[in-house]
Design a binder for this molecule. Structure first.
Ligand SMILES: [Ca+2]
Ligand SMILES: [Ca+2]
Ligand SMILES: [Ca+2]
Length: 271
């Protein structure tokens, strides 16, 4: 029985070591992506079909009187999590790499990533740099926990806050990389099917018919249960996700518990 515990222990150590090395090249892992998107059911009243209350092309509606720009350019699509590689991935018609987006005489910036694990609030304060549209690049973020001051969106004020302004306790980590992938169809050697999820939409939209991605390293995080959201400065759309342990993790835990229960019973029987 002890040999089996030793085997499970070895397997856990192997998986942990593999998760660390998987990030090494800073490209999205080709396996293990879990769609964690929370359906938000948000759309402008009266809009139907492609702009209706589906997760895909809808953007937020401003009940406080603000309008929203109902185009693919400001649509956030989905959030994925890879618990093996500790990576969070956001897909958008919004081009995260385009700093800043200029629209209706305003500059509209991508937002920070807000994250809650257990009872702790975190913000991934992303260091966006000025790049031409549709350029792949990498940068870093600063990680803050606790209470921080945030800025509300300029247009859709009912959307959650979009950036950290000040405050919070900075947590220094080497796991603070961000990668921007523009037009993910170009990346199909590494995206392993995620881009195909949105292929049908690309044939239906005109103009901004590309999908872009933002990937962050969450290697500092010890839990694999969290909620996260991201919105841009105008608040036009919000993407939310909730990660829970994958079935494989439950299976490993369940196997360990069964072995433990079996050993307990044997020890009780031998009394
Ligand atoms: Ca869309
Ligand atoms: Ca939405
Ligand atoms: Ca959306």
């Amino acid at each position: 029985m002890k040999a089996k515990f030793f085997f499970v222990g070895c397997l856990a150590v192997f998986l942990a070591a593999w998760a660390v090395t998987a990030w090494a090249d800073f490209i999205p892992a080709t396996h293990g992506w879990q769609n964690i998107t929370i359906f938000d059911n948000q759309a402008k009243p009266g809009d139907t079909g492609w702009y209706g209350t589906q997760e895909d092309n809808e953007v937020e509606w401003g009940p406080d009187g603000y309008g929203s720009i109902q185009t693919q350019q400001f649509d956030l699509e989905a959030m994925y999590y890879n618990s093996d590689a500790n990576q969070l991935l956001i897909i958008g018609g919004y081009d995260f790499s385009f700093y800043p987006v200029v629209n209706q005489n305003k500059t509209i910036l991508p937002g920070d990533i807000f994250l809650r694990t257990g009872s702790t609030n975190y913000v991934l304060d992303i260091g966006y740099t000025n790049h031409a549209q549709s350029t792949d690049y990498t940068t870093t973020y600063k990680l803050y926990s606790g209470d921080f001051t945030t800025a509300e969106p300029t247009d859709i004020k009912s959307s959650p806050n979009w950036s950290r302004v000040s405050g919070g306790e900075e947590k220094v980590t080497t796991h603070n990389n961000v990668a921007f992938f523009s037009d993910i169809y170009k990346q199909n050697s590494v995206w392993n099917g995620i881009e195909n999820t949105f292929a049908a939409e690309d044939t239906r939209t005109n103009g901004y018919n590309k999908h872009h991605a933002l990937v962050v390293d969450l290697g500092w995080m010890t839990e694999n249960t969290f909620k996260a959201y991201n919105t841009m400065q105008c608040g036009n759309d919000v993407i939310r996700g909730a990660a829970v342990p994958e079935p494989a993790s439950f299976l490993l835990l369940g196997t360990g518990l069964l072995l433990f229960a079996h050993r307990c019973r044997r020890e009780t029987d031998s009394l």
